[in-house]
Design a protein around this ligand. Structure first.
Ligand SMILES: [Zn+2]
Length: 448
């Protein structure tokens, strides 16, 4: 009895084996072809040279990376031919109406499920009533897409319910979720180092709107060989940028690329810095300033359109920046002259204040007493530190034959014992002395 069962099993197994089709499947990074020997022997001449043979499970395989869509299509065609010799393709046989309806129903459910999936970098969007379009970086999924009955494209693939094979389609959804996890991880890994903008080089390293494509864009031409060497990117001629699916880019590679571009950025800055010494700003193209800014030459404000832009080396930031200068140099000259006069006046005033102090603050002019109130108008000489018990003023007595020089002495650390003049605070030290021509001039120049 037991033997009968085993025998029946063996017969059934052999029967199933012989009738089984050759199967093409995607396993990790390989495309694998296997099937019963009777059929495989007709396919082997085609596979030889293109595929490797693995003895332990009698499987022929090739790296997925080598299998372009055209190669996949040709392979599938060959496999279909060989499978077809051994009886009609079960899929091509007209399905019983109920089975067909059931399969279609399942396919629709799967498409609906796909549309509701939330996977980073891969999106199903509905097309028609019972179809969906998958967008994203699809190169790694091409075998699964083809096998599930999808219409493959590297960035867009189409799926129609009547064409998809539910079992294979479910496997595709799993593969999509796997890729989504890789994309999410890559986005997280890279989020600390990109986007990076290299201002001098005019190159950007980042993603397309924080999404699934890693992109190197801008003036990349001079650096293309090194960029290609450092990261596995390909060129998009239409958009003039280099790109790769983000999950195919490694953090270490991007770090190296950034280090390289930083070096180039510095080298260019150094070159500009050297050029700058030789190149006078006036020789540069005179572009009008579109925004107001302070003039690089004179420091005064330049309204929009009143000046032009010049290159300027910013030593703090160590980079070349645009600055604005007055388009009319006589404006700068006048501003500078005014500044010189102001500066000169301030210097003269400080000197006069100092000389007035030397003239007045002498023991012989000190007035004995307390709570004195010099008669006359208070003329401020120095108001700085007034709030802290400091400050200096002069009071000219009626008749202008005498004047008082008063130095506030109310700060916390001051010795108040000599305070003879009353103030709102702790008091001040007053000196009284005859008005002379010299004193008149000093007061006039020194006053606030
Ligand atoms: Zn100016």
């Amino acid at each position: 009895m037991v033997n009968d069962v085993i025998l029946a099993h063996r017969v059934a197994e052999r029967f199933i084996q012989a009738s089984a089709p050759i199967i093409v499947k995607e396993v990790n990074d390989k495309v694998e072809v296997s099937g019963p020997y009777d059929k495989m022997k007709d396919l082997i001449p085609y596979l030889r040279g293109k595929f490797e043979y693995r003895g332990n499970d009698r499987t022929w395989w090739a790296p997925k990376a080598k299998m372009t869509p055209i190669k996949m299509k040709n392979l599938q065609k060959k496999v279909d031919e060989v499978n077809g010799k051994f009886g009609p393709d079960p899929v091509k046989v007209e399905e019983p109406a109920e089975e067909k309806a059931a399969r279609l129903e399942e396919a629709k459910k799967l498409i609906s499920k796909a549309i509701h999936m939330r996977v980073p970098g891969l999106i199903f969007s509905p097309i028609g009533i019972d179809g969906a379009q998958l967008t994203g970086a699809l190169t790694d999924l091409r075998v699964s897409i083809n096998m599930s009955g999808g219409d493959y494209g590297p960035e867009f693939s189409k799926f129609l319910a009547q064409k998809i094979k539910p079992v294979e389609f479910e496997k595709l959804l799993d593969a999509i979720e796997d890729q989504g996890r890789l994309v999410a991880k890559a986005q997280a890994d890279l989020s600390n180092i990109i986007p990076r903008n290299f201002q001098n080089l005019k190159i950007n390293v980042g993603t397309n709107n924080g999404s699934y494509l890693f992109v190197v864009a801008g003036k990349t031409y001079d650096f293309k060989d090194e960029i290609k060497k450092l990261v596995p990117v390909t060129f998009n001629g239409q958009g003039s940028f280099w790109w790769a699916p983000i999950h195919q880019v490694k953090e270490a590679q991007v770090k190296k690329l950034i280090e390289y571009l930083e070096g180039e950025e510095r080298a260019l800055a150094e070159k500009w810095k050297a050029d700058k010494v030789e190149r006078a700003p006036t020789e540069r193209a005179k572009k009008p300033n579109r925004r107001g800014d302070h003039c690089l030459t004179c420091g005064a404000w330049v309204d929009a359109g009143e000046g032009y832009l010049v290159d300027h080396w910013d030593n703090d930031e160590d980079e070349l920046v645009y600055k604005v200068v007055h388009s009319d140099p006589s404006v700068c000259a006048e501003v500078k002259e005014m500044a010189r006069i102001r500066h000169e006046k301030a210097r003269t005033k400080r000197e006069a204040q100092s000389n007035l102090y030397k003239l007045c603050a002498k023991p012989e002019y000190y007035v004995q007493g307390t709570g004195l109130k010099p008669p006359g108008e208070q003329i401020w000489i120095d108001k700085t530190a007034l709030g802290y018990g400091g400050g200096t003023w002069v009071v000219i007595e009626p008749g202008e034959n005498y004047f008082w020089y008063v130095k506030n002495n109310g700060a916390d650390g001051d010795d108040w014992s000599h305070n003879n003049v009353t103030t709102g605070g702790a008091g001040a030290i007053g000196y009284r002395l005859p008005m002379t021509d010299e004193a008149k001039v000093l007061i006039e120049v020194a006053k606030e």
